[in-house]
Design a protein around this ligand. Structure first.
Ligand code: ATP
Ligand code: MG
Length: 332
């Protein structure tokens, strides 16, 4: 079985529709066909300096949502990144094998740093793609399901793996991204050309998995649409309508051309109502299961500990090889 690895940051109280369609749903599907490793990226979340209580709560909410969305602790390994100390160690080793120029090319850093102003953005934001490379290479992953925003980071990961292998001898599997075209970038409802994002979308632009049906419906109805009244996919001239069509298609499984035919002559109102219902129907069962899982933190923490043990076994193996190949002395 090929191995799959992916992570999600606990940077908000809830995942959003982009996370769900672009990542989490693929994770659930891939546990049937792959040796599946998934993690909650709490080290990455530090880049935006959450308070300790926020971080603790969001880490548990993230785990509960993943199980609620269908991750099966028997078939998948779900763990918390900070439980595996080797991630930080490997990140440092890879940092020392990365050029300033190559790190500075990462567009996510530029996007995220813009919010803080160039010189007050944290160094962690700058180096986090390299930590991400460490996360992936640690588990010798073959495939990494992510949204389009992570494409550049995956290329960096592949470069770092190849460089390390040629400098120090075969150590890492060179991973491939898995980015399904139709859901690679779910747009912000208020700014459909920008990606829906936990940390940068406005509340009106986000559809959150744990949100109540009322607000979800309201946001879809108020989503930015385009001039005209035809429900057709046209990414250039109608990014808002195209985004909603992609959302409805991904959630219901009905192809976009069939949806276009269904709403011919009906206008935006009827269309948006159905998009809203489709999203509400997809999220409600996940929200309910998440609430139940959160009621028993002891059990949730136990499941994460089991995942952590399985992850630790592989991390230990990889790091023994890495330390030996780069020339660290053995401990005893
Ligand atoms: P943040 O704003 O804090 O970076 P995020 O919304 O980008 O949060 P992440 O935890 O960084 O979420 O990403 C988790 C996964 O979700 C990644 O695989 C990412 O590519 C994917 N993803 C995030 N936003 C979208 C989106 N709008 N469309 C499709 N996939 C997405
Ligand atoms: Mg992100």
């Amino acid at each position: 079985r090929p191995r799959v690895l992916s992570g999600i940051q606990p940077t908000a109280e809830s995942f959003h529709l982009g996370n769900y369609l672009g990542a989490v749903r693929q994770w659930v599907d891939m546990q049937e066909t792959h040796d599946a490793f998934y993690f909650i990226a709490d080290l990455h979340a530090l880049t935006v300096n959450p308070s300790p209580s926020e971080l603790r709560r969001r880490t548990r909410v993230s785990a509960a949502q993943l199980f609620a969305a269908g991750l099966d602790p028997e078939r998948s390994t779900l763990f918390v990144q900070s439980h595996i100390r080797e991630h930080s160690e490997l990140a440092w080793i890879l940092i020392c094998n990365t050029g300033m120029g190559e790190a500075a090319r990462m567009t996510q850093f530029k996007d995220k740093a813009a919010k803080f102003g160039e010189s007050s953005a944290g160094v962690g934001l700058f180096t986090y793609p390299i930590l991400q490379a460490a996360d992936i290479l640690m588990y010798q992953a073959d495939q990494v399901p992510v949204g389009a925003d992570q494409k550049q980071h995956l290329e960096l990961t592949r470069d770092l793996a190849q460089r390390f292998n040629s400098r120090y001898g075969q150590t890492f599997t060179v991973p491939n991204p898995y980015i399904p075209k139709e859901v690679e970038k779910i747009g912000d409802l208020q700014d459909p050309l920008a990606k829906m994002s936990k940390s940068s979308s406005s509340p009106q632009g986000l559809l959150e998995v744990l949100e109540q049906p009322g607000p979800l419906r309201k946001k879809v109805m108020r989503a930015v649409t385009d001039t005209g009244s035809e429900v057709v996919a046209d990414p250039e001239n109608k990014p808002g309508v195209t985004n909603l069509l992609r959302i409805q298609s991904a959630v219901t499984g009905v192809p976009v051309p069939e949806l276009e035919a269904r709403y011919a002559g009906l206008g935006y109102g009827a269309f948006k109502k159905d998009v809203a219902e489709a999203v509400v129907d997809a999220f409600a069962p996940i929200r309910e299961r998440t609430e139940k899982l959160l009621a028993d933190e002891t059990e949730l923490d136990r499941l994460l500990a089991v995942g952590g043990q399985r992850a630790a076994a592989i991390a230990r193996q990889t790091m023994e090889a890495v330390r030996d190949h780069i020339g660290f002395l053995p401990k005893s």
